[in-house]
Structure formats: structure tokens, C-alpha cells
Design a protein around this ligand. Structure first.
Ligand code: SF4
Length: 402
């Protein structure tokens, strides 16, 4: 049986490489044109090519979002762009516009076409509608229930991809113009200003009804579907997608590694993870920065518990301390991200290392002097780590205030 794909986001090359090294089977990214989140993208064609070369050398694939809702003026250069993506080794494009799908079929026929979640596909008949494009994959709407995912996957003759983790839109994805209205930034042409997550005063006529301390937000909780991975595999879904092209390198590493381990465990044990294992994986996810989470629509229409109500982040248990650059016989060389000091207990994780802990007993700064505390981001320190670590491994520490 073909193993389900783990598909991770990347906002730049470093994140792309991290995602692949930490266990993603494929990475999706956006170019500077024709993509949502285009404002955040650092991928020009050279970068996309480098991402493809890196992915190929690690047995992974690159998908490129070409998912704007194009107006007439947006098509300029699209044919050349699609041909170039095909030539440099991109596996798939993710499209929200049937027009872009049709153009791709004609000018870049080797590119797989994945229908974006922006199309809000929540039933199998909608997939049939796109028969002339012959999509290789359909990214189902985040608003589907688990039963609908099972039913659609069974009744279509192409593959399905579902979201497993990350931010949710308060509107159906792609059918939102809050950002357009409040900031003149078109969410469907790469400009979403996340206006749903702002904090608002609420008025009923002249009367303010919001609490000044806890302002109203339209923001949904993030999706976390750790407990649905087994169901997705059983339902024959082809790919599990993590959302978050704007998220940090540390977040990508933490979330990708967690889902990698979970998927591998399910294939190894061939059974549904029990409550203890689910809680273990949820604790792993909580080590990275996050909003509060829920299971989204997978168990049915979310009630008020799926809403954030003015709270932004919570429940994160660990700080990201630094990245390993190298290790010799005596010390590891660590690039600093957050404050740490002597006697801290730190945890190392990486592609080949799983939550090994140690106590900091020596810190030597760039002037070869022993120091007690490190508080300069990006400074490189020599510290004692009593086990083997590798370049790219990450260090974190349990919050003092937990
Ligand atoms: S404003 Fe919010 S709901 Fe609208 S597209 Fe942006 S993130 Fe989604």
C-alpha cells in the first residue's frame, strides 16, 4: 500500500530544506507571481529550481501554488511561467482557477494539477465538474467532515488531499473579502491581511457591547487533527497537508517531525494510536508556537469552542533556543535564538535525534570566554552537549512559567 504523503509548507528555501530534512515527502511553496501569500514569498525561479534539486536528492517533491483568482490582467506571462516550472522539475501546481488548470494542461502537460482548497470542494459531484482538466489531485475543503472525506475519496477517480494542521479561515477558504474591504488587499490575489484575526470593538447601534479587556476577534482556532491521521489513512486519502507558509523554521521542524513520527508509527503498528500516544503527539505539537487548536470541521460543524474570542496564542510549552551548526570533540556550536543560561535543562531534536536532554554546564562565547548567560540572538556559542548532534538539529527549553 502506498504510504500517505506528508505535505509541508515553506515560505523560503531554508524552511523548504528543513521540512524535507525533518520528514516531509513533499513541500508546497509559492512563487512571486500567481500565488496567494505572494507578499510573503521569497521564491524566485532560481530558488524554486534549487528547492526542486534539493527535494529530488532527498526523494521528495515540490508543489507550487498558482492559486490566485485571476482577473483578465493577471494572465500575462502565465504560459511561460508554467513551462518554466515544468522544466525545472516541479511535480505539481495547485490551482484555484479552472482557466489556469486548462492552460497548464496545454502548455505544461507533465505538471500534475491539484485543485486548490480555494475551490471549496465538499462533494464528489464537484470533482466530476472538473473532468476536462483531469486533475491529478483534489485538495478537499477544510470545511468537510471526516465522513464526507471518506465518501468523496471513495467516489472519485482521482486522489484527495486533506488539511491536517494549521490556520483556518473563518470564511470558506477563498471566499473571503474581509481583507479586501478593510485594507484594499485582495486575499484571493495574495494579499490577505489576516483581518479576521484583528481585535474589534463590537457595537449594537450606539452601544458598545464588547468588553474593553477582551476585544472581539473573528479568528478560528487552528486545526490540529492528530487524532484523525489514522482515519485519513483508512479513508485512502493520498496526502496530508500542513498549513503555514508564514510560520517559522522551528515551527515547521516541530510540526513536520511530529506528524512524520505519527504516520510512521501507524504504518509500523498497523493500528489506531491509543489515547496515550495521541496525547504524546499533542504535547509534541505544543512545543512550537501556536494558536489554540481544535479538530475544525472533521467531527461536524464547530461550535463556539472552535473560536478564539480575542485570545491569540496559548498552550505553547517550549522556547526555541538555537540551532546546531557543528560539533567537535569538545563542544557543539550553537547559533542562539532565545535566552538561556548555565544549569538550564535543554532538549535537542532533529531529523535523526529524538528529544535528548542535557544540562548546560559550559558556555563559551565568541571571545573564548566562559559566560553564564546568552541573550544575543544569532550569536554563536560553544556549549557542552554530551551526545552526538548534527548540523540543523534544534534546541528548545521548557518554559520557566509552565
Ligand atoms: S481575512 Fe481571515 S478568513 Fe479572510 S482570507 Fe484572510 S485569514 Fe482567511
Amino acid at each position: 500500500m502506498k504510504k500517505i504523503e506528508l505535505l509541508a509548507p515553506a515560505g523560503d528555501l531554508e524552511k523548504c530544506k528543513t521540512a524535507i530534512l525533518y520528514g516531509a515527502d513533499a513541500v508546497y511553496l509559492g512563487g512571486k507571481k500567481f500565488s496567494l501569500r505572494s507578499r510573503a514569498s521569497n521564491f524566485d525561479i532560481e530558488d524554486i529550481k534549487e528547492a526542486c534539486d534539493f527535494a529530488r536528492s532527498h526523494n521528495a517533491n515540490i508543489h507550487v501554488t498558482v492559486n490566485i483568482i485571476p482577473h483578465e490582467s493577471d494572465f500575462e506571462g502565465i504560459k511561460e511561467y508554467l513551462k518554466t516550472l515544468e522544466e525545472i522539475g516541479v511535480t505539481a501546481i495547485i490551482v484555484a482557477s479552472p482557466a489556469i488548470g486548462q492552460i497548464a494542461r496545454k502548455v505544461a502537460s507533465k505538471l500534475e494539477i491539484h485543485l486548490s482548497t480555494q475551490l471549496s470542494i465538499t462533494n464528489y459531484k464537484s470533482v466530476e465538474y472538473f473532468d476536462d482538466i483531469k486533475p491529478d489531485r483534489v485538495v478537499l475543503a477544510r470545511e468537510c467532515t471526516m465522513d464526507e472525506i471518506r465518501y468523496i475519496t471513495k467516489n472519485i477517480n482521482t486522489n484527495t488531499e486533506t488539511f491536517i494542521h494549521g490556520g483556518m479561515c473563518v470564511n470558506y477558504s477563498g471566499r473571503c473579502t474581509i481583507s479586501n474591504a478593510l485594507t484594499l488587499r485582495d486575499a484571493n490575489r495574495g494579499g490577505c491581511a489576516q483581518s479576521c484575526r484583528w481585535k474589534y470593538h463590537l457595537y449594537d447601534g450606539e452601544n458598545k457591547i464588547s468588553d474593553d479587556e477582551i476585544l472581539f476577534s473573528m479568528s478560528s482556532k487552528d486545526l490540529m487533527a492528530i487524532d484523525k491521521v489514522y482515519d485519513m489513512i483508512e479513508a485512502n486519502v493520498s496526502s496530508l497537508k500542513i498549513e503555514g507558509r508564514m510560520k517559522s523554521n522551528y515551527y515547521i521542524a516541530t510540526v513536520v517531525k511530529t506528524y512524520r513520527k505519527l504516520i510512521d508509527e501507524i504504518y509500523e503498528t498497523k493500528k489506531r494510536p491509543d489515547k496515550d500516544r495521541i496525547e504524546y503527539y499533542e504535547r509534541e505539537i505544543a512545543k512550537a508556537e501556536n494558536r489554540l487548536t481544535s479538530s475544525g470541521f472533521y467531527d461536524g460543524l464547530p461550535d463556539e469552542s472552535g473560536h478564539l474570542y480575542g485570545v491569540n496564542g496559548a498552550g505553547v510549552t517550549h522556547d526555541f533556543i538555537g540551532v546546531i551548526l557543528d560539533q567537535d570533540d569538545d563542544y557543539a556550536y550553537v547559533q542562539t535564538r532565545n535566552l538561556y543560561r548555565l544549569n538550564d535543562e535543554l532538549e535537542v531534536f532533529g531529523p535523526d535525534i529524538d528529544n535528548e536532554t542535557f544540562v548546560v554546564t559550559t558556555i563559551i562565547d565568541e571571545n573564548d570566554e566562559n559566560v553564564e548567560l546568552v541573550n544575543r540572538p544569532m550569536s554563536v556559542m560553544k556549549i557542552n552537549i554530551p551526545f552526538k548532534v548534527s548540523k540543523g538539529d534544534m534546541i528548545r527549553r521548557f518554559h520557566d512559567d509552565n
